[in-house]
Ligand binder design. Structure first.
Ligand code: GUN
Length: 272
């Protein structure tokens, strides 16, 4: 069966819209975009459109690719101190001369809608409720829960160890009492690990999960999104071959992508 991220995301966005309409303050998300990475421009535009739909104010702050690191940090501090701004998101990747970690560390944890700051990551790690969970892993957990997929006690394989998806995903599964194996480019015998998993989350950006690897009746979440040699949008999973074997699978597009946006809007609707 298909994990219909598009449909579930609309339900979540409806809930967020209702919540926002009852709030005393209108949330205001500031999105910083440095340079002109075409993919980032599309992502940022989609975030703005989603915010508009649910009644969240948003401002895109476009900064020159050559901006000095210091100036960017100064801009973030200004937003931290601006009481009208309730959420701050710095779109990644950043130009090479800017230290991403310095940027992330500068964002106020209470406005960190991406959940990337050390305080929020640390809270997630030690099991205290963070102000915000990272959008993609949170969206995936929301999707699994909507379909009543049992996480507790499940054997989970997460492929990819990024700060944005893989690491927080593994942590969130652990906090939900799953047994987690976090795989990456140095993992030996990836196939053996996937074969015994009840839930597989692949966040690699390459066609990596093939039919013979997956367990019967398992759940497959495909975070990857890229264009194949024919220019068609596709994910990490060989969908047509895997689908008959598994119980649930998220499509690309229409799976994790819309859930990430909905999850981010859920975060952006929180005001501390
Ligand atoms: N670039 C790719 N994914 C993300 C994300 O979740 N947040 C930010 N800020 N940048 C990204």
């Amino acid at each position: 069966m298909l994990l219909d991220g598009k449909k579930v995301s609309l339900e979540i966005l409806d809930d967020v819209k209702e919540r926002v309409s009852k709030m005393n303050v209108t949330p205001h998300l500031a999105v910083i975009l440095v340079g002109d990475n075409p993919a980032s421009e599309i992502y940022v535009r989609n975030k703005k459109l989603a915010a508009e739909k649910v009644g969240i104010m948003s401002s895109i702050i476009k900064l020159d690719a050559n901006i000095k690191e210091e100036e960017l940090l100064h801009k973030i501090k200004e937003l931290n101190n601006n009481p009208n701004i309730t959420g701050i998101l710095v779109q990644l990747p950043l130009p090479g001369h800017i230290d991403k970690n310095k940027v992330i560390t500068t964002i106020s944890p209470k406005k960190d809608v991406d959940g990337f700051t050390p305080e929020n990551v640390g809270k997630l790690s030690i099991g205290i409720e963070p102000y915000f969970y990272p959008a993609t892993p949170q969206g995936i957990i929301m999707l699994l829960k909507k379909y009543n997929i049992k996480i507790e006690g499940a054997d989970v394989v997460v492929i990819g160890r990024s700060t944005i998806v893989g690491k927080p995903m593994a942590q969130m599964f652990i906090n939900n009492n799953a047994t987690v194996t976090l795989c990456h480019s140095y993992t030996k015998d990836l196939e053996d690990k996937i074969k015994t998993a009840d839930i597989v989350v692949s966040a690699v950006g390459k066609k990596i999960v093939r039919c013979k690897m997956v367990k019967k009746n398992s759940v497959i979440i495909d975070v990857g999104i890229f264009r194949d040699s024919n220019g068609k949008l596709t994910g990490d999973v060989d969908f047509d071959l895997v689908e008959p074997t598994v119980k649930y699978i998220s499509p690309v597009p229409g799976g994790v992508g819309p859930m990430t946006i909905a999850s981010l809007m859920y975060n952006a609707s929180k005001v501390y």
